[in-house]
Design a binder for this molecule. Structure first.
Ligand code: ADP
Ligand code: GLC
Length: 486
């Protein structure tokens, strides 16, 4: 079986969040279950061609955009699993400082940038006569591909046996654009209806993926259920409920070659389940990097996150003063919306002994936080899967999380289940509940022997990709048989 994974970001080329981690790892693990995968993404100018051996593939495509045509040039390199990674170059769209947005908001031509990308992918496949069994699309940036396959491109024999799978990594980002962009898509106005792309007067790219793909997946079982409800559906719960027979939750796995304290090159000292000494050195290193006093007995809570409403930091805002009174330190790494960045910087100014924040994106520091912190905080409002809590488990950095989505599927509360507990969870999106979870975690931390048991239990959890890779293969097979019989 041959699969083309289409994504707007892929590790190691360009990343803003977990989407890139997942689409970068998936092709490798699919190989292990007998699925051949290639990938395709936009060629952002911030990608380092030299470092990754990215070269022109000798293919140019003409992409119709309304009454114009835009040219895309295809570049390629070999992925470490042996498949190809293709890049679509067009400097008008992708020669920018960021992927999707500046600090002041989304790029105003995002509709055009990703209509272009979606059609360029299909034009490239036609031009090179590249046949895939499955086109696996991810998030709103690729949502129009399933639409095109079932409409404008449905007559091409090349696609007659190609099925589409659409994975929702985050329902909160839908690619909503005003109706005036409709002509750019090349689709007729008959597609601008509630049964297709229309959503409260706007065009909704994500909805396109949900309605037109053969099979839908999302990144945890719990989230697959949640998104069929009003609380988590962002207005698309009805569409998802209607397609529930074709909707699967497949938990993201972790690449333990990258996130593993035994071999992590970014830690001052490696450590393992059988020898935890190195974790103390990592904590010292982390404290010194954040200019905090060396104090082994005070627990350190780490945060590595996009700083956006989804991640639940509004809750911290409300209990900031109470937290500052606890014997605990926070080390924060993240970028995002100004109000959250300013909140953490303000906390640092007020309580420099307790709160430290680095408002930046820093892979190495992210690893050092996983290694050196005692606990890891993710109080998300919603969380499709979440990767950092799973990394944290492997690093023995005990997660404190809200009981939602993938967080609920990966962390077991210590007080609810003494034998299986691996972290601290709270149910309601409520500052008091979060505060209680933090206080509980701190009090367990001071029971040294008990804490070590929790740490070891966390470190022995296995969220590797094997099981999920097999599930993706099953889903691809389902999509193919659906396509054959439709
Ligand atoms: P999301 O995709 O919603 O941001 P995930 O938990 O799935 O959340 O994935 C986040 C990924 O991005 C993790 O690999 C995390 O380490 C990384 N990350 C987020 N912010 C930063 C940052 N400021 N510096 C380094 N890595 C970051
Ligand atoms: C999204 C979600 C996150 C998930 C990631 C990868 O960005 O917010 O929960 O882990 O995608 O699927």
């Amino acid at each position: 079986m041959k699969v083309l994974i289409v994504s707007s970001e892929i590790v190691p080329y360009a990343k803003t969040g977990g989407l890139a981690d997942v689409t970068g790892t998936l092709p490798k693990v699919l190989k292990g279950v007998g699925v051949e995968a290639d990938c395709i993404m936009p060629k952002y100018s911030l990608i380092d061609d030299g470092k990754f051996g990215i070269k022109p593939a000798g293919v140019k495509v003409k992409v119709p955009l309304g009454h114009r045509e835009e040219e895309g040039e295809i570049y390629e390199t070999e992925g470490e699993w042996g498949g190809k990674v293709y890049f679509v170059k067009n400097d008008r769209y992708y020669d920018r400082e960021y992927l999707y947005a500046t600090k002041d908001g989304d790029y105003v031509d995002n509709a055009e940038r990703f209509i272009f990308f979606a059609r360029a992918v299909l034009e490239f496949l036609l031009k090179t006569e590249s046949k895939y069994d499955i086109i696996h699309c991810n998030d709103w940036q690729t949502g129009l591909i399933p639409v095109y396959i079932k409409t404008l491109y449905s007559g091409h024999p090349l696609f007659s046996e190609t099925a589409t799978v659409f994975t929702v990594h985050n329902l909160g980002y839908q690619g909503l654009f005003w109706s005036h962009d409709m002509p750019l898509t090349g689709l007729g106005w008959e597609m601008f209806t509630p049964k297709a792309l229309e959503f409260y007067g706007k065009i909704n790219f994500l909805k396109g993926g949900l309605v037109f793909s053969d099979v839908i997946t999302t990144v945890s079982e719990k989230y697959a259920q949640e998104i069929q409800t009003e609380e988590f559906g962002f207005g698309l719960e009805g569409v998802l409920f209607e397609r529930r027979e074709d909707l699967y939750g497949i938990l993201n796995g972790v690449d333990y070659e990258v996130w593993n304290p035994e071999i992590d090159p970014h830690l001052v000292k490696n450590y393992s389940l059988s020898d935890l000494e190195g974790k103390k050195e990592c904590k010292k290193d982390l404290l010194s990097r954040y200019d905090l006093p060396q104090d082994e007995d005070t627990p350190v809570i780490g945060v590595v996150s996009r700083l956006v409403a989804q991640k639940g930091f509004d809750l911290l805002h409300e209990i900031g003063e109470k937290l500052a009174a606890l014997d605990v330190r926070f080390v924060v790494l993240g970028t995002g919306e100004r109000k959250y960045e300013e909140f953490f910087l303000e906390m640092e100014r007020k309580y420099p002994e307790k709160f430290r924040a680095r408002i930046t994106y820093d892979e190495v520091l992210a690893h050092k936080i996983e290694g050196g912190a005692d606990m890891f905080l993710m109080p998300s409002r919603y969380e499709p899967c979440g990767l950092n809590q799973i990394y944290s488990l492997r690093y023995g950095t005990i997660p404190i999380v809200r009981n939602t989505g993938g967080l609920a599927d990966t962390v077991v509360d210590v007080d609810s289940d003494r034998d299986r507990g691996t972290g601290f969870t709270f149910d309601r999106y409520d500052p008091g509940e979060l505060f209680d979870a933090i206080v509980r975690a701190i009090s367990w931390y001071h029971k040294k022997d008990e804490w070590e048991k929790i740490v070891k239990r966390a470190m022995s959890q296995d969220f590797s990709w094997d099981r999920s890779a097999r599930k993706y293969r099953e889903v691809y097979e389902k999509a193919l048989s659906k396509k054959r019989w439709s």
